[in-house]
Design a protein around this ligand. Structure first.
Ligand SMILES: Cc1cc2nc3c(=O)[nH]c(=O)nc-3n(C[C@H](O)[C@H](O)[C@H](O)COP(=O)(O)O)c2cc1C
Length: 342
């Protein structure tokens, strides 16, 4: 079977097994207590949810994270997701474009995102940490990307039978990408979190955007395990750094570091807490995909619309006029999160 055929099948299987996955990990956002303010002296209409992201002002601090591309099936998913991203004017990342480096037929499944979101939309490329500067530039050109995500996914690769086993040299390669690519380079995990040590090493090679993509949502050890019938890896399904912990520990790494909170973001409260804890942007992956696949495009659209309304509502209830003011909201940590924060 050709390498690109394996990749095509794999992307479909990832979605199927994501939807079938059942193991529940915890983001630890439950351990963040935020006080209610019943005298906010704010009207709902006063609330400004806009943020600066990659040099532009966008209406909401929410983005659709990297998931798919490569096949006709993925094209349809990307079409529906990008319609929603376009409607709410939020950024969207395409799934890994490794397949697009080898197979031109796959390009339209990525290009559809730019077509639908138009010149004003923020669209991000996605490749792995072995990609050369030339490959990154090529992937970005396909979708006229506004930036690129480079994913770190050793846990997933090692749980994947046909996965990568070589992880040396990735950090310096990422440094080369940061030097060689003019647009923003975001380094992201895929659901196992970024430690402060990793964040610092990335910062030191020039990375200024990190998507922590922590534990508590999509679990690629389980997904890969399910692709082969399951249970071989069930003893390590709990691996990873919970999203809330990763966020707290990475937020003071560098003055110029922008953090994207993702991994298990399901509710507006998760978004609110991410922003209070210091995130600059919040990424949603699996949940919006699940809404789309199980309940259809309208349900996915409604889900996002509800998240936005409830985020505004919670901003009133914390007395925060804008996203900057959310950073000043008092909060307390309890339970496991308090024990784990260094
Ligand atoms: C079906 C599926 C496919 C994914 N494919 C990619 C990918 O190609 N590249 C990548 O960087 N992340 C990929 N991810 C990871 C997400 O971008 C995100 O980091 C992770 O799912 C955690 O967020 P969530 O819990 O909201 O899903 C994928 C996630 C899902 C559910």
């Amino acid at each position: 079977m050709r390498e690109s055929n394996i990749r095509e099948d794999r992307k479909k299987e990832h979605i199927e097994h994501y939807l079938g996955s059942t193991y529940k990990n915890d983001t630890l956002f439950e351990d963040v207590y935020v006080e209610h303010n019943s005298l906010a002296e704010l009207d709902l209409d006063d609330i400004d949810t806009s943020v600066d992201f990659l040099g532009r002002t966008i209406r909401y601090p929410i983005m659709i994270n990297a998931m798919t591309g490569g096949t006709e099936f993925s094209r349809e998913i990307n079409r529906e997701l990008s319609k929603i991203a376009g409607k709410y004017d939020i950024p969207m990342a395409v799934g890994s474009q490794t397949i697009a480096l080898a197979n031109e037929d796959s390009h339209s499944s990525f290009e559809i995102v730019r077509e639908i979101m138009g010149d004003d939309g923020i669209v991000l490329s996605n490749l792995n940490g072995h990609a050369t500067v030339k490959e990154v530039q090529y992937a970005m050109d396909i979708i006229e990307a506004d930036g690129v995500q480079i994913h770190l996914n050793p846990a997933q690769e090692l749980a994947m039978k046909e996965g990568d086993r070589q992880f040396k040299g990735i950090l310096s390669n990422i440094g080369d990408i940061a030097d060689g690519i003019e647009k923003p380079v975001i380094v992201k995990e895929v659901g196992f979190g970024i430690s402060p040590d990793v964040a610092r090493r990335l910062y030191d090679v020039g990375i200024r955007h990190i998507d922590i993509s922590g534990k508590g949502g999509t679990n690629f050890i389980e997904i890969e395990d399910r692709r082969y019938g399951g249970s071989g890896f069930s003893d390590i399904y709990s691996w990873g750094i919970p999203t809330a912990l990763s966020l707290i520990e990475c937020r003071n790494i560098g003055r110029h570091l922008k953090l994207i909170s993702s991994g298990g973001i399901r509710t507006s409260l998760d978004i609110l807490k991410s922003l209070i804890l210091g995130a600059d942007m919040v990424g949603i992956g699996g949940m919006i995909l699940r809404k789309l696949m199980e309940d259809g495009p309208e349900a996915a659209d409604t889900y996002l619309g509800d998240l936005i309304y409830k985020l505004k509502m919670l901003m009133v209830l914390t007395g925060s006029r804008n996203i900057g003011e959310l950073r000043e909201v008092p909060y307390r940590l309890k339970g496991d999160l308090r024990d784990l924060v260094r």
